[in-house]
Ligand binder design. Structure first.
Ligand SMILES: O=C1C[C@@](O)(C(=O)O)C[C@@H](O)[C@@H]1O
Length: 263
């Protein structure tokens, strides 16, 4: 990958060749969310976690909450999770999440979250009609934008995956992410092969994963193919196939270990 295509989130760098570990928080209530954030701070591998993702859409009453309320909560989440940089994600129903919001409400939510000092990065679904505005608004407040694309039904062909990543790149987002569902081992290879090609072609760091049990290899070895990050769980998963943080970090460490003539 072009070494110039790195992005710094908080004090962590995405795209430098190191595979960042992102832990999602999925709490449906404030109490549960804070318990999960606390578990991140107290985890023996907490120092190895690069980003915490707060799945805002999984909070039961997210749509009823005021902007002030959400940003206050983001601040508490970041503090409780030990100050690890925070990614805020409003995943809409159209992309497999729980947020049933209009495109304008989506924009308002992303804008409110990205204006919050505790939020280092926001996820923006590139297919939303207000995505460009959301991206510009977030970047104006110096919040990193991770554009995203999810396909929970299937794995598109390699040209299609590359096309989605190129569309995300064209929005001006800082990081480009795609998650797809495999049905065959070949689908997992298609995702990995597309990752390898995209990592060379794209001007921005990419994050890719093949979901579900069959896709688990991609969460462990995606970094070797050019994915800048992997999502790993502490307790609850936020997508099928996510593996525990201990497992993922053990494998990442093994990939860094000297390998005789290979290193
Ligand atoms: O986009 C992603 C990736 C993801 O879907 C995964 O498969 O690990 C998990 C989501 O929480 C996150 O927003």
């Amino acid at each position: 990958m072009d070494p110039s295509s790195t992005v710094t989130i908080g004090e962590r760098t995405l795209g430098s060749g190191h595979t960042a570990v992102i832990v999602p928080l999925t709490g449906a209530s404030e109490d549960e969310l804070m318990r999960q954030a606390q578990a991140v701070a107290e985890h023996p591998l907490t120092e190895r976690i690069d980003l915490v993702e707060w799945r805002v859409d999984l909070l039961d009453d997210h749509a009823q909450r005021s902007a002030d309320d959400l940003t206050a909560l983001a601040t508490r989440v970041r503090q409780t999770a030990g100050g690890i940089p925070l990614l805020a994600t409003v995943r809409t129903a159209a992309e497999g999440g729980a947020a049933e919001v209009s495109d304008q409400q989506y924009l308002d939510l992303v804008a409110a979250l990205s204006a919050c000092a505790a939020v280092d990065a926001v996820d923006v679904e590139h297919r939303c009609s207000t995505a460009r505005q959301a991206i510009q608004t977030a970047q104006a407040s110096e919040t990193t934008v991770i554009a995203s694309h999810h396909d929970f039904q299937r794995t598109p062909s390699a040209p299609q995956i590359l096309g989605h990543l190129a569309e995300m790149e064209a929005t001006g987002a800082d990081v480009l992410k795609i998650a797809v569902m495999p049905h065959t081992p070949q689908d997992v290879l298609t995702l990995l092969e597309s990752t390898l090609t995209a990592a060379e072609r794209m001007s921005r760091p990419i994050i890719t994963m093949s979901m579900g049990a069959q896709g688990t290899p991609s969460r462990l070895c995606g970094g070797l193919f050019g994915s800048a990050a992997t999502f790993a769980s502490i307790g609850q998963v936020s997508a099928p196939g996510q593996l525990p943080v201990e497992t993922v970090i053990a494998v990442l460490d093994a990939q860094q270990a000297p390998q005789g003539e290979d290193r």
